[in-house]
Design a protein around this ligand. Structure first.
Ligand code: ARG
Length: 293
């Protein structure tokens, strides 16, 4: 289930490859991922060193690296572009890595690991960054950084379904989808739905495209990103009612790893104070949210 070494292909890889991408580029990146290589540019996949220490005595699972577990793709937070994983989360963790004088290395892992913290506990990764909402349930297994992003959920429906709200989904007995193990899925369940569970955000979008579902519930910033693409905005429409879940994203570390947590919190706080956060927000997410009076 976990890609650590070359040539180890998981069930999940074949699924990802099977639903494959829009472009040859994406397919190529997918193939690289399926080969089990680490995804950050500039890092060799071989010669991984054992545990070590970064600047300030912060422990790291691989000497000279800050190893991040993520779950791809989750644009605009982490996604592959020209064979490299980029995005808002990637940029923020790069700031942490810079302070620690190491290089960030990114590993794509199944989403359920984010709840259990298995990959942190087993020493595969130092931290997880995955557009992940801080929840009490997850807090039982991992420690979270200070929040770095406010999110809500959104409903996205096919235009031809005529759906503009969850009430419509109910009234029309339409098929709803969500990403497995996410807060979007829990929200849909809490509203009495039994959504079709897709393994990744890509699969959620594909489910809509191919008519497996009529509408989906997923984090709003992801939908915002999708709708920038005309192919999507031609076919899909955002629900008219905001789904204000008041979610906050956090990065997670192994329980008790207070040294790394402090380094992450410091990087977030500094970036917010010196304008770097806003710059990255505009670069990856879009215009800054209006401050509510
Ligand atoms: N914010 C949601 C959650 O924490 C969705 C995160 C999905 N992230 C991902 N990289 N696929 O449940």
């Amino acid at each position: 289930m976990f890609r650590t070494a070359e040539g180890h292909r998981s069930q999940r890889n074949s699924t990802r490859r099977g639903r494959s991408g829009r472009s040859g580029l994406r397919a190529a990146a997918g193939a690289a991922a399926a080969a089990g290589v680490f995804l950050a540019a500039g890092c060799s996949s071989s010669g991984d060193s054992g545990p070590g220490e970064a600047a300030g005595g912060v422990p790291v699972v691989h000497q000279g690296k800050l190893t991040t577990c993520t779950h791809l793709p989750y644009p605009p937070f982490q996604f592959e572009q020209n064979g490299k994983v980029v995005g808002f989360d990637v940029a923020l963790i790069d700031l942490v890595a810079q302070n620690l004088k190491v290089e960030q290395k990114i590993l794509d892992t199944p989403f359920e690991n984010f709840k259990t913290g298995a990959f942190l506990n087993s020493g595969q990764c130092d931290l997880a960054a995955a557009g992940m909402t801080i929840t009490d349930e997850r807090k039982k297994n991992v420690d979270f950084s200070i929040p770095y992003f406010d999110a809500t959920q959104a409903l996205l429906a096919t235009k031809k379904s005529g759906i503009t709200s969850l009430d419509d989904v109910k009234a029309k007995s339409a098929r709803l989808g969500a990403q497995a193990g996410t807060t979007g899925e829990s929200y849909a369940k809490s509203q009495g739905f039994n959504p079709v569970a897709f393994e990744s955000s890509d699969a959620v979008l594909n489910g809509l495209r191919t008519g497996q579902v009529d509408a989906v519930v997923i984090d709003y910033p992801v939908v915002q990103g999708w709708l920038k693409d005309k192919a999507n905005s031609d076919q899909f429409v955002l629900g008219t009612k905001a789904i204000e879940t008041g979610e906050k994203y956090g990065f997670s570390v192994k329980k008790g790893n207070s040294a790394l947590l402090a380094a992450i919190d410091k990087a977030i706080t500094t970036a917010k104070a010196d304008g770097t956060y806003n710059k990255l927000y505009e670069q990856w997410i879009g215009p800054l949210p209006q401050v509510k009076p």
